[in-house]
Design a binder for this molecule. Structure first.
Ligand code: XIL
Length: 331
């Protein structure tokens, strides 16, 4: 077939998407999800705030449903994400704020969280985004000292998270994931900092197996021409690489009931998706290309970037957009 997943399979690539519960519960969405994609990422369902909303009380329902869907449909799963400063449970952040959770307790709660979640899905997760978004955007560059985890526990917490995840599931590929780390910041300062840190971690034997560039682009900035070279530079450290959250925002409000017809949405968006896929295809160590949602009707963009939307490869009526056909062509 000429589905994205089948075309990608011929060249040893997994083509993926992030998934939200609506995608599984709506038959038309579920059909596209199963037909077109060979790897899925829970958009929110595996984040700490989702799985343990009350301390000691777990809700695995959405995560379990997605893993089961994937297994029924011959798809692999990218687990996302174990260590991040966002979407933490309120009880955790409040406890740290009011001093009822000490730094030492915070680290042991994290250890417990990682063991609980990774063990639950042991053997069923292909890639885990162990650590997400730790680096400053640039100038100064490096790990953000004000990051919730770094400020409370110190930088060693990142390496510890990888060690714990590896112990809990020795076969999962463990990823560091961040945005603007393949040339998107223009100066490349962020990529350089991540590269230097990864080198250091690997020299210390920390079990990191891959690096994910999220790939959130927009139609005004212009495509980062350095992307393939930066991905290759990570790969040359002995790492797998992946595009983990591809979308291309346009400056059209969305979702709407209409399909925008402005120039940037029609031409720049498919161009940037296509360039990003070509950058991924240029790197033999790139094992997956994942879109952050596949349909404009339920993309995260309008809720997050004021006045922007329409960033995915299917329109609000679940029809493939020009970007879809360009990706199909490139595979
Ligand atoms: C986003 C989800 O898509 C939204 O539904 C949620 O409200 C906020 O988080 N980088 C990441 C993802 O690593 O986890 C984020 O997902 C998007 C940015």
């Amino acid at each position: 077939s000429d589905s994205l997943r089948d075309l990608a399979a011929r060249i040893g690539l997994r083509f993926g998407t992030a998934v939200i519960p609506t995608d599984l519960d709506t038959p038309s969405y579920a059909a596209v999800l199963a037909d077109q994609f060979s790897v899925v990422t829970p958009g929110n369902a595996m984040k700490w705030g989702s799985v343990e909303p009350t301390q000691g009380q777990f809700d695995w329902s959405d995560a379990d449903a997605l893993v089961a869907f994937a297994e029924r449909n011959g798809q692999l799963v990218r687990g996302h994400t174990l260590l991040w400063h966002n979407q933490l449970p309120d009880w955790l952040t409040t406890g740290v704020q009011n001093g009822t959770i000490s730094a030492g307790e915070l680290a042991s709660l994290l250890k417990q969280h990682i063991f609980t979640e990774v063990t639950r899905y042991r053997g069923r997760i292909w890639q885990w985004d162990v650590a997400n978004e730790f680096f400053l955007d640039a100038n100064p560059s490096g790990i953000d000292p004000n990051n919730f985890w770094i400020a409370n526990c110190g930088t060693e917490i990142i390496a510890d998270a990888f060690r714990w995840a590896h112990e809990a599931d020795p076969h999962a590929l463990l990823f560091f994931n961040d945005y603007n780390i393949a040339g998107e910041d223009g100066t490349n300062a962020k990529s350089d900092a991540v590269y230097a840190w990864l080198r250091q971690m690997l020299a210390q034997g920390v079990p990191i197996h891959g690096v994910g560039d999220q790939g959130h682009l927009d139609t005004q900035y212009g495509f980062p021409t350095q992307m393939a070279a930066d991905l290759q530079r990570y790969a040359d450290l002995g790492l797998k690489v992946a595009i983990t959250e591809a979308d291309v925002r346009t400056f059209v409000d969305g979702p709407t009931t209409q399909v925008p017809t402005d120039h940037l949405a029609t031409f720049a968006q498919p161009y940037e998706f296509s360039q990003m896929l070509k950058a991924a295809l240029a790197v033999p160590e790139c094992i997956s290309f994942t879109c952050w949602g596949f349909c404009d009707a339920d993309s995260w963009i309008p809720g997050f970037f004021t006045g922007q939307g329409y960033g995915t490869i299917y329109d609000v009526n679940l029809q493939p957009k020009p970007a879809f056909y360009d990706l199909q062509q490139d595979l």
